[in-house]
Design a protein around this ligand. Sequence first.
Ligand SMILES: [Zn+2]
Ligand SMILES: [Zn+2]
Length: 388
Amino acid sequence: MCIDIPATASGATRRGFLAGLGVTAAVGATFLAARPEPAAASTPGTRGRSSRTQIVPLGTAGGPIYQGSGRNGTSTAIVVGERVYIVDLGLGSLQQLASSGLAASATLPSSLANVSGVFFTHLHSDHTAEWPAMFATSPSNINGRTGPAIRVYGPGSRGTLPRVYPAGRPEPAVISPEDPAPGITAMTGYLTKAFAQDLNDRIRDNNAPPPSSLFEMHDIDISSMWAVDPEGIPPRIDPFPIWEDGDVKITATLVDHRPTAPAFAYRFDTPDGSIVVSGDTTVSANLIALAHNADYLVHEVIDAAWIDEVAASVPEPIREGLRQHLLVSHTTIEQVGRDVGEPSGAKNLVLTHLAPSDNPDGRWMQARRGYSGKVIVARELVAIPVRA
Ligand SMILES: [Zn+2]
Ligand SMILES: [Zn+2]
């Protein structure tokens, strides 16, 4: 599962998470106080940048719940000259993109003019929540763009569902049993129907283009590598090509975010250096191979102490199961530098998808133990220049 636990650990939101697990017993009364992050120090722009290639964190919080920490839902922009590639679109990321000015054109009334591609690591809502917004508003926000359609990559449809958790819980009703696990293209087809009234009105009244002409959808086909099993560890595979956009080469691999599968990590090889974005994963040999000698590894991280705290608030019989359930699909502070950054040979480790999102930077910086590269805690809209 993805992280559905509030970082600020308020009683109300934590109880909401537990209710989502079917846990109705009273939870513990001791919660951490919120520790808000300071505001971002600067906003990048497309002109006057110190480096042609940059990593710009748009959102850095893990999990779909508004946490009041000042961090937005996870989203990372890779900027190469005037081209922008975006990995995941968590809550708030579109406003962050607009605020950054990175994707706007100097000559077009378009806030997405410079977006070349959108890459979804997996289909958890904390990574896709603003795709419906980008899609539905695209006739207005891609106004006047004459270049190629924005390429969108992500998992394809999956035929299987994970087991019910915790074990023994009654089988719940399946949502949309005729298509219970749609991939990115199927999801987008449903969005077209959901927003049909608005889209038809704008097409007929404003001569707006249909979104189908603005995006080029790509389900990533892994059928030759893995018959997707939500409970299974993805097979060890070599990184595989996704797209070559001129001098930017994009490859991907399968990572381990059980029971959500498939889940991908992406690598961007640019003339200025290489950047890998992990998505959500536990320690993954595939990810370590993808990030081999990368200049920047942008990796998710979770605080195991926080998981312990959450686990302590649930009844004893399910405590250890819950703890393991959360640990098995994410990477802890202790693991991310020592067990991922170091063996990959990545020169810089950028921590994002922070869970909880209100930890002080000093806690995240403990990832330096066992890692000989540089650790950077991502700050939203603070660009990280990429130089090999
Ligand atoms: Zn996830
Ligand atoms: Zn996530």
